[in-house]
Design a protein around this ligand. Structure first.
Ligand code: ADP
Ligand code: MG
Length: 317
């Protein structure tokens, strides 16, 4: 076997009982559960742009898949399969073992099978594609919000951005807060169970990858509406709450990326079932604002408009 195929067999080829054909042929073959729509998404992680050089291999393996699964969660899709295109400068067994171990562990946790990919030499670049299934018409779209709907978010906001400030800029935090924020940055948890349960409950959804204001802005734009957020309602972790700088806290929570929580909208009548869902999943679900006629995302604090800070991260801005 050539070294390339030996590498693929060792690190990436695993049983794929859910597929007709997995790794090893020119293409994988799958048979979707009928009747269902296929949800397809792809996301790339580029060294220097999406992660710092020297980032731990296992963290990268986890995150490369997690950010893709997060997109399926935001669609309310059941995650089924993944493809992995990997360019790396050299073959390191330690690196590959760490990377594939964490990638496949997260895949197994969510019942996802790695059914193919591509492996090549080059600057470190990781591109994952995912396949999910959703019953016809049931996907959660960005365009479904209605005026008067309430805006919800899962988990807490700004932790990953605070983790980045620690990792990249040397910001000093208490050890427990530091650990929490670095885990949020490096090991995001795709909210797949939540996405599935929001089918029929939420009117629209998106995952928070670029910051709440920017991502809610996408829902607003696609739905032809505006949105209003209440600063005092935003769910903040103890680590964020402990920051003395209120401006920094607001920037992180409103515009910090990489949290991979879900932001979704729902009619006020759905509030009871959504609260019950949060209890069942053991996941904080918080009402943070509402959809209104108009456009753009406004933030108010104590009834006064808050100056909206810089938007989310835009690679081409
Ligand atoms: P081809 O030349 O036909 O594209 P490759 O030599 O690139 O085939 O890959 C051989 C097999 O290994 C294919 O089934 C491909 O999907 C799979 N594969 C390659 N790289 C990876 C990877 N990183 N993870 C999972 N499967 C991979
Ligand atoms: Mg190939």
């Amino acid at each position: 076997m050539s070294p390339e195929f030996a590498l693929i067999a060792r690190y990436f080829e695993r049983p794929t009982p859910g597929a007709l054909l997995g790794v090893g042929d020119d293409a994988a073959l799958i048979l979707p559960a009928a009747p269902s729509e296929l949800a397809l998404s792809t996301d790339m992680l580029v060294e220097g742009t999406h992660f710092l050089p020297g980032t731990d291999a296992a963290d990268l393996g986890h995150k490369a898949l997690a950010v893709n699964l997060s997109d399926l969660a935001a669609m309310g899709a059941r995650a089924r399969f993944a493809l992995l295109a990997l360019a790396m400068p050299q073959v390191s067994d330690t690196w590959l073992a760490g990377f594939s171990g964490a990638f496949l562990a997260l895949a197994a946790k969510h019942g996802v099978e790695l059914i193919g990919g591509d492996t090549t030499r080059g600057p470190l670049n990781i591109c994952v594609s995912v396949v999910g299934e959703v019953p016809p018409g049931a996907a959660l779209r960005r365009s479904g919000a209605r005026a008067g709907d309430e805006v919800w978010v899962s988990g807490t906001l700004g932790d990953a951005a605070l983790g980045l400030a620690v990792a990249r800029d040397g910001l000093v935090l208490e050890p427990a807060y530091k650990q929490h924020c670095l885990a949020r940055l490096n090991r995001p948890q795709p909210r797949l169970e939540l996405g599935l349960a929001l089918r029929g409950l939420a009117s629209s959804a998106i995952d928070v990858s670029d910051g709440l204001v920017a991502d809610l802005g996408h829902i607003a734009e696609r739905s032809g509406l505006g949105a209003c957020l209440r600063w005092e309602s935003l769910p903040l972790s103890a680590a964020l709450q402990a920051l003395p700088d209120q401006g920094l806290r607001q920037r992180l929570a409103l515009a910090g990326g990489d949290d991979y929580e879900l932001c979704f909208t729902a009619t006020p009548r759905a509030a009871g079932p959504i609260e019950a869902l949060g209890l069942r999943l053991g996941l904080r679900l918080t009402r943070v604002g509402s959809m209104v006629e108009g456009q753009g995302v406004g933030v108010e604090s104590a009834g006064q408009p808050l100056v909206v800070l810089q938007g989310g991260y835009d690679h081409f801005a």
